[in-house]
Structure formats: structure tokens, C-alpha cells
Write a protein of this length. Structure first.
Length: 300
């Protein structure tokens, strides 16, 4: 398969993952073997790239930022998010348990795939694994904030969400839920509401380039500890995508406005194994796990 087409398909998978709360596009990038190259390509969008552009050395600038690779990946991400936003919104509204079950299986197998890339499991790597798990579970326990369409807040949401999107195991979509703007942004994508999407996009662009430099440096200097921390993020994110949970809500009364229902947390429970819906969900977990296993094999 042509390399650009292959990278575009991986970008599609990353984009789809980023729309689902609890699933990280960074996990897909890590499992498919493009994570380090992606971070290095983003890091290369620097002053040297700008100098090449201003001197009209477009070919040199394109090569400097690994343009063919980066455009294929980001193109796939954008196409996937725009095309799948409505579909995933419908699935989460009508088949939330089955959708989450599929992604639970996908993430569970990702733990093994990512953990295998740690070269040596020493004490520091194990500590990083535990810390990553605790951090991800702690995020899952946070009570979501209220929806806020202020441009400055949307910009901040973009910065925070994109940083978590490229971290394996930390879901940008779930972070948007915690920040209160997941439904707002998902709806804006479906109807191309630029008043919401533009400040989000600006925040994402700035956050992506800045965070890539920091992440690239840490990844180079402390490879095993970084990957172990990411593995912990993925383990902890299983609590976020556990299919069987009740959403705890609260009605807020606002003077002069309609009452508003806000999410205050989640209540996890164990399903009845003798129900057909549970068996279907478990089957989808297996399918999700097999898909990520197959994706890893094809990438290799």
C-alpha cells in the first residue's frame, strides 16, 4: 500500500478515536507505530521552517516538517472528525453501552501493545505506570463543568484538549466533557458553527505545536518512563469508557432562563451476564480488541 494512503488511514483511525470520550488518538498513533515520527514532525514546525518559508524555499520547508507524512495524518484526522461526528453523536445517544463496549475492548488490548514498547521495566518505569493510572482515574472522577461558549474559554479548551489528544490514554473528548463543552463542540462540528470552531481550532493549533516540543524532549530523554506513564494513562482510561455506568445529573435553576441539567459525575455498576444486551456488548469488546490487534499486525 502507498505510504501516504496508509498514513491517511491511520489518521482516519486517530480522528475517530479522538471523537469518542475515553479514547485517545495518541493511543492509535502509538499502536500503529507512527507516534514518535508524528511528534518529531510536529516539533519541526519551528523557526527554521518559517525561515525556509520566508526565503521561498518551499521544497526545503516541506521536507523539514516531513510534510507528506504530516499532511496525510492530519488530513485523515480532519476528514474523520468531520465525517464521523454526526454518526458517533447518534451512536452515543442511542447505543451508548454497545459503543463504549467496543472501545473498551480496543483500549484494553492497547495496554498490552503499548506496554511492550517499554525497553526495560525498572522501578522508575513501574512508578510511572502507577502514577499514570492514578492520574487517569482521578480525571474520570472529576465532576464536569457547565457549558461555556465564551471565545476565550473555547480557546483554552482547544489548548487543553489537543494536548490530551496526543497523549496516549488521555482522551481529548473526555477532557472536553470535564470542561463542559463536549456536546457544544460536537454539535458545532456537525453544523459548521465557526463562532465556536474557530477559537477552538486556534487553541488546538497553538497547543499542538507547543506541547509537541515538550513531549518530544521528554520522550527522547526518558523513553521508558514516558511510555510507562502513557501505559498507565491507558489503563486508567478504562474507567472512563466502562460501558455500564449511570450519569449523575443535577438541575440548575437560573433566574430569567430555562432550568439547565448538568452532569455532576458517574456511578459505575456490574451488568447482568444473562442478558442478551450484555452478551452483545461483551462480543463488541472482543471485536474492538481484535481490531487493535489487527491494526498493530498490519502496521508491522
Amino acid at each position: 500500500m502507498n505510504e501516504n494512503i496508509s498514513n491517511f488511514i491511520k489518521g482516519l483511525a486517530m480522528g475517530a478515536a479522538n471523537v469518542i470520550p475515553g479514547v485517545s488518538g495518541g493511543t492509535v498513533a502509538l499502536v500503529t507505530g507512527i507516534y514518535e515520527r508524528l511528534i518529531n514532525a510536529l516539533k519541526s514546525c519551528d523557526l527554521n521552517a518559517l525561515k525556509l518559508l520566508f526565503s521561498r524555499n518551499f521544497k526545503g520547508a516541506w521536507k523539514h516538517v516531513d510534510g507528506a507524512f504530516l499532511s496525510s495524518i492530519l488530513g485523515g484526522v480532519v476528514v474523520s472528525i468531520v465525517s464521523l461526528a454526526k454518526v458517533l453523536e447518534y451512536l452515543l445517544d442511542n447505543y451508548e453501552v454497545l459503543t463504549m463496549a467496543f472501545f473498551f475492548g480496543l483500549i484494553a488490548v492497547s495496554v498490552i501493545s503499548v506496554g511492550r514498547t517499554v525497553k526495560k521495566w525498572g522501578a522508575s518505569a513501574l512508578i510511572a505506570l502507577v502514577l499514570g493510572t492514578i492520574l487517569a482515574v482521578s480525571v474520570a472522577m472529576l465532576a464536569p463543568a457547565g457549558e461555556n461558549a465564551n471565545a476565550g474559554y473555547l480557546f483554552l479548551c482547544g489548548v487543553i484538549a489537543i494536548c490530551s489528544m496526543i497523549l496516549p490514554g488521555l482522551s481529548g473528548s473526555f477532557v472536553l466533557i470535564i470542561l463542559g463543552n463536549y456536546a457544544l463542540v460536537l454539535g458545532a462540528i456537525g453544523r459548521f458553527d465557526m463562532a465556536i470552531l474557530l477559537p477552538m481550532a486556534l487553541g488546538c493549533g497553538l497547543g499542538l505545536l507547543a506541547f509537541a516540543h515538550l513531549l518530544g524532549w521528554v520522550y527522547d530523554k526518558f523513553h521508558d518512563q514516558t511510555v510507562a506513564l502513557m501505559t498507565g494513562f491507558i489503563v486508567g482510561s478504562l474507567a472512563i469508557v466502562w460501558p455500564w455506568k449511570n450519569t449523575l445529573t443535577e438541575i440548575v435553576t437560573r433566574e430569567g432562563k430555562d432550568d439547565k441539567v448538568i452532569t455532576t459525575g458517574y456511578e459505575w455498576f456490574t451488568p447482568m451476564l444473562n442478558e442478551s444486551s450484555t452478551l452483545m456488548a461483551l462480543g463488541l469488546m472482543v471485536v474492538g480488541g481484535l481490531m487493535i490487534w489487527g491494526m498493530e499486525k498490519v502496521s508491522k
